[in-house]
Design a protein around this ligand. Structure first.
Ligand code: NAD
Length: 247
């Protein structure tokens, strides 16, 4: 595939070697300086790319995705925090007849981890002694906490474990409410990301743990999504892809 990288920061750069190893060709690398308001995304500048991989910032992603659709280029978008503008992007993609796949976490390892957490949560619902909780650790540059992945893990646990009614980033002062699912976040050093789901029991403790070794897991998943979405029409999530490939 001929691929354009829109956003050439940490993730754009992580995609490049993985794409090359899979035999894809990067024909354009477009960063903020040459792309104010998406104006740098033209058919000429996209240089024959059939698909673009977009990892930028929330303020730029929706306009970039609209411009890519107008240029007839399919897109994989890993940028987070722009989903309130999804409808507007969907209209542009549908009008152009192109494809878009987006996900807040393209790591297929994390997707396996979500499924294992769901199974653990279903069992935890039946065995009441176990108290589930989440701990996540990321590098000190990460501004949001808890991570989007920890929020998703919390949703999975809340959906299955009826004795937990909501999650809380904490603990705060005082005794904790047993109906609250505790989520703790640590920001330190350069860790690319560790997520731990713990089940604390009366006699033992079970841990499910996912540790990213770097950004290439996100890149590999984004490229798997690129290969899956190329030539389709419409807007898809990673869950749509996994339903087809894993179920
Ligand atoms: P980064 O800050 O290293 O890189 C972002 C890049 O986008 C910068 O180089 C910036 O100059 C560029 N940019 C800004 N506006 C632009 C525009 N209009 N056109 C082109 N480029 C523009 O950030 P990052 O670590 O690469 O992460 C990027 C995004 O991806 C964030 O939203 C992050 O949360 C998300 N992310 C998602 C996944 C996933 O699997 N979906 C994984 C990691 C990070």
């Amino acid at each position: 595939m001929k691929i354009a990288l829109v956003g050439y920061g940490r993730m754009g750069r992580a995609v490049e070697p993985v794409a090359a190893a899979l035999g894809h060709e990067i024909v354009a690398r477009i960063d903020a300086a040459e792309n104010p308001d998406g104006q740098g995304l033209t058919v000429e500048r996209l240089a024959g790319a059939g698909l673009a991989i977009e990892f930028t910032v929330p303020g730029a992603a929706p306009v970039n995705l609209e411009r890519l659709a107008e240029c007839g280029v399919d897109a994989v978008c890993g940028t987070t925090g722009w989903y309130e503008r999804l409808d507007q992007v969907r209209r542009a993609v549908n009008a152009a007849g192109t494809a878009l796949i987006y996900a807040p976490n393209f790591s297929l390892g994390v997707q396996i981890f979500f499924r294992l957490t769901e199974l653990a949560a279903q069992l935890c619902e039946r065995v009441e002694d176990y108290d589930p909780h989440i701990v996540e650790t990321h590098h000190r540059h990460k501004v949001d906490h808890p991570s989007g992945t920890a929020r998703r893990l919390a949703e999975i646990l809340l959906q299955q474990v009826s004795r937990k009614s909501r999650w809380e980033l904490g603990p705060g002062d005082g005794a904790v409410d047993p109906a609250v699912l505790q989520v703790a976040a640590i920001r330190a050093g350069e860790s690319p990301g560790v997520h731990l789901v713990g089940l604390e029991g009366p006699d033992d403790r079970i841990e499910l743990r996912h540790e990213a070794r770097g950004r290439s897991g996100f890149a590999r998943g984004a490229l798997a999504a690129a290969e899956w979405v190329r030539g389709r029409q419409g807007v898809f999530t990673l869950q749509d892809m996994l339903k087809e490939l894993w179920n």
